[in-house]
Design a protein around this ligand. Structure first.
Ligand SMILES: Nc1ncnc2c1ncn2[C@@H]1O[C@H](COP(=O)(O)OP(=O)(O)OP(=O)(O)O)[C@@H](O)[C@H]1O
Length: 535
């Protein structure tokens, strides 16, 4: 038992003074070095060991001292937060003074004007703007929230298709709150700027989601569908997101699936994009025919979805090419209904499959169903699937609970043709300008060269004429009159109008001729197909 005697502790019969006398390191070293019996080489070894131990102890102490006054956050370039940081940094006043920088034309999917080096204001919209980012392995010093901050961009690793890098930010601060503040500020700045965009994610070969691009939100008014369809979809998705508690109380999985099927170019993808913008959700595109994707990968991807998002299975019929032939994974064998169906880009009936082939998708129908229903499938997920071939889909895939609403997108009717014409020449929110005198300030649909750079006969109209609404409605009625019911897709009508971006009157005048020409071409194409099938 120990007790205090003054400042000299007592351990049994031994005092701290005794211990110090016995284990005093300096005294001990001195005793060793002056020991006449000990060989010289042994003294040197002991000396070396003592120095090395002291050095390591000092490093440890210094490291923990530094750790206690610096806080560090790292942004990995595979993560979206990396983009936030670069966008934020490019706009930070301290960054304007950086002296060692790397030029980049990456605008981080945000208005490039926000971060561009001044002096590019008069560039054509089609030209990329250049901005700066930190150069590699250079420490950039700046102040943030009153803290001394060091920014370092480093290269982590590279593989055959990309270089992986990260940026670390170290701040001289005893509290970690400053880091939280910085990260949240970068996020807020980016999301505010990005408010008008929809992020689209796709999966990479390692079955992780990667942001592919960010697209401007598409106004819902620009999509013209059969009466009631748009409203049904918008109301249903909005109601769903607001009904989490309703689902929880009834023990129903909180997810909803929509199957949009029908004619190509009828607006299936466009309405999904528009709904994503309306609900402020990101779109995660799942390509079942992706090379190398299998059931496990599919499961991982679905488990990794955020709580609220839109998952898009585009052209799901393509994944089931050859109808609902059900085959096992074993080479070339046909199996009974109920077994797995092999989904792959080159998946044709009676075609043999090499299971060792890592280059094609090996997702099975049961794998897809399990992934959609499984515990990994995220709550709050909205699933959209699109197809041009409804009949090719397995009933199990499209049953309620997996695909709750099935909506048929048909070829255009007269009402849609009229609506498209009006949306084209009098877009909602656009100024009610007069034709050919003023053009709308819309982004040109295609990047073009400046008119002054082209010979006169080559000048391409870069703007779409904007008609006063009454005039547009009148012309639209004439246009719609000439369009036969359910014969042309909205995409083909849009393609026709694109030929007359500046000449709405000509678009109306020539539409009858265009319809006849299109019909004649279809008859011709039909004849060619039937003569080929006879051969
Ligand atoms: N109903 C519509 N209203 C307005 N524009 C439309 C409509 N349908 C198609 N379009 C236009 O046609 C083009 C193609 O449309 P979209 O990709 O949405 O069709 P889709 O039905 O998904 O076609 P696919 O089945 O071939 O993928 C888009 O540029 C879009 O603007």
């Amino acid at each position: 038992m120990s007790h205090f005697v003054g400042t000299n502790h007592t351990f049994g019969n031994t005092t701290t003074q005794d211990l110090l006398d016995r284990y005093n390191p300096v005294g001990w070293i001195f005793t060793v070095m002056t020991n006449a019996i000990m060989p010289e080489w042994l003294k040197l070894v002991i000396m070396g060991a003592v120095i090395e131990i002291s050095r390591r102890a000092f490093d440890m102490l210094w490291g923990s001292l530094v750790d206690s006054i610096w806080v560090t956050v790292t942004f990995d370039d595979e993560d979206w937060a990396y983009t936030w940081f670069h966008y934020w940094l490019a706009r930070h006043p301290s960054w304007r003074k950086a002296r060692s920088v790397e030029a980049t034309t990456n605008s981080y999917d945000i208005n490039p004007e926000d971060i561009a080096i001044p002096g590019q204001e008069d560039d054509l919209p089609s030209m990329r703007k250049v901005s700066y980012k930190p150069s590699r392995y250079t420490s950039h010093r700046m102040w943030y929230g009153g803290c001394y901050t060091v920014v370092t961009r480093s290269h982590i690793a590279s593989n055959y298709y990309r270089v992986k890098e990260s940026v670390s930010i170290s701040m001289l601060s005893l509290s970690r709150n400053i880091l939280d503040e910085l990260v949240l500020e970068t996020k807020k700045a980016y999301l505010q700027a990005e408010g008008k965009l929809v992020n689209v994610y796709g999966s990479n070969p390692t079955n992780c989601w990667r942001r592919l691009n960010s697209m401007p939100k598409r106004p819902i008014e620009s999509i013209i569908l059969d009466a009631g369809v748009k409203e049904l979809l918008i109301n249903d998705t909005r109601n769903f997101l607001a009904s989490k508690e309703w689902y929880r109380r009834r023990g129903i999985p909180f997810r909803r699936g929509y199957l949009l099927h029908g004619a190509p170019g009828s607006g299936k993808s466009s309405i999904i994009h528009s709904i994503a913008g309306d609900l402020g959700l990101d779109v995660y595109v799942l390509t079942l025919s992706r090379t190398g994707l299998d059931d496990t990968g599919l499961n991982e991807l679905l488990s990794d979805l955020p709580e609220r998002c839109i998952t898009l299975l585009e052209d799901v019929d393509v994944a089931f090419k050859g109808g609902m032939a059900r085959r096992s994974l074993s080479k070339g064998s046909l199996v009974k209904a109920g077994d797995d169906v092999l989904i792959g880009e080159d998946d044709k009936p009676n075609q043999s499959h090499n299971t060792d082939d890592k280059t094609e998708s090996r997702v099975t129908l049961s794998g897809l169903l399990n992934a959609l229903d499984g515990i990994g499938a995220q709550e709050g997920r909205i699933l959209f699937a699109t197809t041009n071939d409804y009949a090719a889909l397995d009933p199990a895939l499209i049953r309620p609970g997996r695909m709750d609403l099935h909506i048929n997108f048909k070829l255009a009717n007269k009402e849609q043709a009229k609506g498209l014409f009006e949306a084209f020449y009098s877009p909602p929110g656009g100024p009610d300008d007069t034709l050919d005198e003023k053009y709308s300030d819309d982004e040109p649909p295609f990047p073009t060269l400046a008119a002054r750079d082209l010979p006169e006969q080559q000048i391409i109209p870069t703007r779409i004429a904007t008609l006063p609404r009454a005039q547009s409605a009148d012309l639209a009625a004439h246009f719609a009159e000439a369009i036969p019911e359910r014969e042309f897709s909205m995409a083909s009508l849009q393609g026709y109008l694109m030929l007359y971006k500046l000449q709405p009157h000509d678009a109306v005048e020539n539409v009858v001729g265009w319809v006849e020409k299109e019909r004649a071409e279809r008859v011709q194409a039909g004849k060619q197909v039937s003569s080929l099938s006879l051969i």
